[in-house]
Design a protein around this ligand. Sequence first.
Ligand code: CO
Length: 144
Amino acid sequence: MTQDFKIGPLNHVGVAVPNIQEAMDTYRTLYGATDITEPFDMPAQGVKVCFVNLPNSQIELIEPLNEDSPIHNFIQKNPRGGQHHVCFEVEDINVAVAEMNARGATVLGEPRIGAHGTMIVFVHPKNSNGVLVELMETPKDGHH
Ligand code: CO
């Protein structure tokens, strides 16, 4: 059963930014994006987040809340921001974690609530050509 595990749709691309308001302005004025959600804080994750909604996906803008933020170092190394992760949907986060581990991947930490309100977990970039991968349980209401 679990050997059938596979990733689902690309849910979003995470972009770390030094200033979320300026990044939102860029998506509005440079790219004409009209559907951008209000930023909200996720203190447990150490980030401020908003979503640029696109017809087929989202850009997740992430600003560090403080120097303890997991993306603080990323912004130190990339002061103008940069692509931080890609997120694929999975049906069941626990099946995903078990199968990723069985396939030899390095899963980072325990599943936790992500910015979309469903369970997420990250897979080490060394397993995916340098790309940090987020696995996210598909929202049950089907809303992405
Ligand atoms: Co994300």
